[in-house]
Design a binder for this molecule. Structure first.
Ligand code: PMV
Length: 340
């Protein structure tokens, strides 16, 4: 979306959050992953960013998050643009007012770097097109590449449904430099998936993902973990193609628990789970065993539990959430998202 006159123009972009099934945890070089990762793109949790550009000749930037000036975030963006200046020459002579907001509450503890960084990059690429008088559509591969430089998991948010970031043998064109869409490799059942996010804590993360990634350097289980994630990526891609929900569940849950085990066995160790996290996980497993309904969970780098299930069982799962699980959530809060 854009408005334009000679002195200023406005671009607005929306970009979603994503939830990894095979997790990215450990990196090297300039934001390169130590193993491939695969994620569902969400649709209701997103960031919307608006940039007002003034051709004033006075370069500068102001950043507003949810209506309030945020200098810490501005400094982060200024540093990112300076570190990667070779890609952003088109910003010369522009004054930027960046206004960003999330569709999900700030206190929900949902990591927003994937949606916020990819929304920012989409806006910047729109600005590049306006500056260059280019009316073709944004190159998503380039958007993914630049989003990766800003925040690894953001590389996957530029594609709908499912994205793969990192080189893996069975996907021609897959790369550590950017994510690719795997939408056309996914059976219909997975395209209907829900991700119900149970908000167990709304506190800020105790350990940033940047610090968590760096603790994988020298981690005694690092080599075995990267090998396992490579294998899981291949097995999951096949399961997604076959529509094999049982194989999907096995990988989703083992990846989630492995991520948190890696944190607990880091030096120094840390633990992002809350008591309610394990209670929900156990309740989900008991429910699945008792009903045969293929409901499973995954976790991000935090205590909130993401429940994954197909649309065909959504009514039953929502009843289960309302009856047995909301009691574990902060202020009974949960977010009903869907793959999109
Ligand atoms: O993109 P980062 O640096 O915030 O790392 C994200 C790491 C996880 O969310 C835990 C896993 C993933 O692949 O999204």
């Amino acid at each position: 979306m854009k408005e334009k006159n000679n002195d200023f123009f406005v671009v607005t972009k929306r970009s979603p959050s994503n939830i990894a099934i095979v997790k990215y945890w450990g990196k090297h070089g300039n934001q390169l992953p130590n193993n491939p990762s695969l994620s569902f793109t969400l649709s209701r949790c997103y960031t919307e960013t608006k940039i007002t550009c003034e051709r004033s000749g006075n370069e500068g930037m102001d950043f507003y998050f949810e209506g309030k000036e945020n200098v810490a975030f501005k400094d982060k963006i200024v540093k990112f643009l300076a570190d990667n200046a070779q890609y952003f020459g088109f910003l010369k002579g522009l004054n930027l007012k960046i206004e960003s907001s999330n569709s999900f509450p700030h206190s929900s503890g949902i990591a927003s770097s994937a949606s916020s960084m990819s929304a920012l990059i989409m806006c910047l690429l729109e600005i590049e097109k306006i500056v260059n008088g280019d009316d073709t559509s944004i190159d998503l591969c380039k958007a993914s590449f630049l989003s990766r430089l800003a925040s690894g998991s953001a590389s996957r948010s530029v594609y709908p449904v499912m994205a793969l970031w990192g080189e893996t043998p069975s996907v021609l064109g897959s790369s550590d430099e950017f994510a690719v869409s795997v939408e056309n490799m996914v059976a219909t059942v997975f395209k209907t998936y829900h991700d119900s996010i149970l908000i167990v804590s709304s506190k800020e993360k105790k350990v940033s993902s940047r610090a968590g990634h760096s603790l994988m350097n020298g981690h005694p289980e690092a080599a075995a973990r990267y090998e396992e994630a490579r294998r899981n990526t291949e097995v999951l891609l096949q399961a997604l193609q076959r529509g094999d929900v049982a194989a999907f569940i096995e990988i989703a849950e083992s990846e989630a628990l492995r991520l948190h085990e890696l944190m607990r066995s880091s030096n120094p160790p840390f633990d992002l789970m809350e008591p309610a996290t394990m209670k929900i996980i156990n309740a989900v497993r008991d429910y699945r065993a008792a009903t045969n309904i293929p409901l499973c969970f995954t976790l991000d780098a935090g205590p909130n539990v993401h429940l994954l299930y197909s649309d065909s069982v959504a009514d039953k799962v929502v009843d289960f959430i309302k009856k047995d699980l909301v009691g574990y959530c902060v202020d009974n809060k949960w977010i009903d998202d869907i793959v999109g």
